[in-house]
Every structure is written in structure tokens, then in C-alpha cells.
Design a protein around this ligand. Sequence first.
Ligand SMILES: CC(C)(COP(=O)(O)OP(=O)(O)OC[C@H]1O[C@@H](n2cnc3c(N)ncnc32)[C@H](O)[C@@H]1OP(=O)(O)O)[C@@H](O)C(=O)NCCC(=O)NCCS
Length: 158
Amino acid sequence: MARIRRAALADAAAMAAVHVASWESTYTGVLPASYLAERTVAVRYAFWLDRLVEDDPAICIFVACGEDGEVCGFASGGNGELYSLYLLEEAQGRGLGRGLVEAVLAELHGAERVIVWVLGVNPARGFYEHMGGRLVAEKQTMMGGELFTEVAYDLGSR
Ligand SMILES: CC(C)(COP(=O)(O)OP(=O)(O)OC[C@H]1O[C@@H](n2cnc3c(N)ncnc32)[C@H](O)[C@@H]1OP(=O)(O)O)[C@@H](O)C(=O)NCCC(=O)NCCS
């Protein structure tokens, strides 16, 4: 059975692999190829290992595991923000995204405001809206030398 649990140090490599694969399936043809290419498994591994070693009590990190026990997604959050939420393409549409968001929101103890930034063209916007998110902000961000619109949803106090 698929399940959501807290991430452990030993998950850093699997999280990095999921991060890169999910970025590729989500952002290829959307974000500049050079920007994607720079975010390698090694870069993501170093990032997640640092976060897991730091073990900052203000930040929570959860992984979703498939029937085989392998990590197929993750989410992180803290300080009134859902920082990241990524699943392998084949693990999407099975309730794991909802499970990960609910795990992070529960950890934030029903914070009044929990912001998530998402690329304006990302279909995940529909997911956040379906989860009760309220559109609260919009900004322009440079990524790989190109300007993109990002929008923020508030998932708090739903
Ligand atoms: C966005 C994402 C995390 C959603 O997770 P998921 O596991 O596919 O979604 P779930 O199966 O938990 O869906 C929960 C509910 O949201 C709905 N939903 C899922 N994706 C949706 C979408 N794009 N638009 C509208 N509704 C959506 C589902 O139908 C489901 O509804 P129900 O519970 O009422 O039946 C996942 O698709 C993903 O990893 N996408 C690629 C990475 C990404 O874009 N991450 C966000 C970066 S900000």
C-alpha cells in the first residue's frame, strides 16, 4: 500500500532522483533547457542531504512511497509556506499529492496562511485550487534568462 512518512537521511538520493524526473516531466518545453540541465541529480542530492542533516525544527519533509516501498514523491514546508511538492509522473493521480499536502499542513498546525508558489502555466494550479487554495499573489521571476509568471495560493485555514 502507498504511504506517506517523514523523510529520513537515507531518502536523500531517492528524493533527488524523483526531483529531477518530476522536473523533467513537468517543465520540459516550459522552462529553458539549460535551466533544467543545471539541476542535476547531484545538485538535488546535495540540497536534500543538507536539509535532512540540518533537521531544522521549523521545516518538515515528507516522502510518499509506492507499493514497492520506493520513494515516488515528496513535499516540504515550514514558516507558512509549502516549499515543494513533486511526484513521479507514474505516481500522480492516486491521492498522494493530497496526502503530502495534508501532512505538511498538519505539521504547520493549521497556520492561517500557507503559501505555495507555482508557475502560472503549471497545471498543478488546478490541483491547488481543488485543494481549496485561494489565489493571493502574482510575481514575475527570471529563470534561465527568461521571465516567467508565478502565482501564489493560500492553502491555510481552508
Ligand atoms: C501537482 C501534484 C503534486 C498533484 O498530486 P496528485 O497525486 O497527482 O494529486 P491527487 O491524486 O492527490 O489529487 C487530489 C485531488 O486533486 C485533483 N487534481 C489533481 N491534479 C489536478 C489538476 N491538475 N487540476 C485539477 N484538479 C486536480 C484530483 O482529481 C483529486 O480530486 P479528488 O480528491 O476530489 O478526487 C502532482 O500532479 C505532481 O507532482 N505534478 C508535477 C509536479 C508539480 O507540478 N508540482 C507542483 C509544483 S508547485
